[in-house]
Design a protein. Structure first.
Length: 229
């Protein structure tokens, strides 16, 4: 939702998951390359920078901590003269500002992730049609072990980002999923203020809808109670 809103302002880049391992092949095809998750380099970085740039020169990229290690490893090879990680990211993409989007309720986040993996439904349009996912979704099944695994992964992800921000002396704009979901316009404005950009017209409206349902609440409550599968 946030990436879509930022893109549609026309002044905050085109943030997408260009470095998500399972998506690099598809992005490479779109960019006219033949790179894959394990083999990408300067040309892919250059094409991504152009694709992620809005007309005002602002570049936006969305990245998960899971993919950060490979990104940093490749950039260290491509830009050996840069002093540190943040310097290499700035050299490669002009990256100067960071937004750390996190979820306060990690159990609810883990439940949502398990449901998405099981059903194949990731995002909905505002009208309820599928934005990202399988057109024919599968029936979900409560799996406490799967939720626990995803919860640990999410906790590692947040710890990884916190440690990295500290190592790079970076203070990102910290925004919770809960606050963004409750007031998307205010969240969008916070990001625009942080990067010093102002759209020419009014702020865009939300085009996505929540995928959560009563099942999310039921599974989260059941997991907290420690009930078996």
């Amino acid at each position: 939702m946030l990436c879509d809103l930022l893109t549609r302002t026309g002044v905050a880049g085109n943030p997408e998951s260009y470095f998500q391992s399972q998506s690099i092949g598809a992005y490479s095809n779109e960019l006219g390359l033949s790179s894959d998750a394990q083999h990408w380099g300067q040309e892919y970085v250059d094409r991504v920078r152009c694709a992620a740039m809005s007309s005002n020169g602002c570049v936006g990229i969305r990245i998960m901590w899971t993919n950060m290690a490979q990104v940093l490893r490749v950039l260290a090879h491509l830009y050996p003269k840069a002093n540190d990680d943040s310097g290499r990211l700035q050299t490669a993409f002009g990256m100067q500002r960071y937004v750390f989007l996190y979820r306060e309720d990690k159990i609810a986040q883990a439940v949502s992730l398990v449901l998405a993996l099981q059903t194949g439904l990731w995002h909905l349009n505002a009208d309820g049609t599928v934005r990202e996912g399988d057109l024919e979704t599968r029936e979900p099944r409560f799996d406490s072990e799967a939720i626990a695994r995803e919860l640990k992964m999410l906790e590692r992800e947040e710890e990884g980002w916190q440690t990295w921000f500290a190592s790079q002396a970076i203070e990102p704009l910290r925004m919770s999923y809960e606050s963004l979901a409750s007031d998307p316009e205010a969240g969008l404005q916070l990001v625009l203020d942080r990067i010093g950009q102002r759209p020419k017209g009014s702020l865009p409206g939300v085009r996505t809808a929540p995928t959560s349902s009563n099942i999310n609440d039921e599974w989260a409550a059941k997991f907290r109670r420690g009930q078996p599968e």
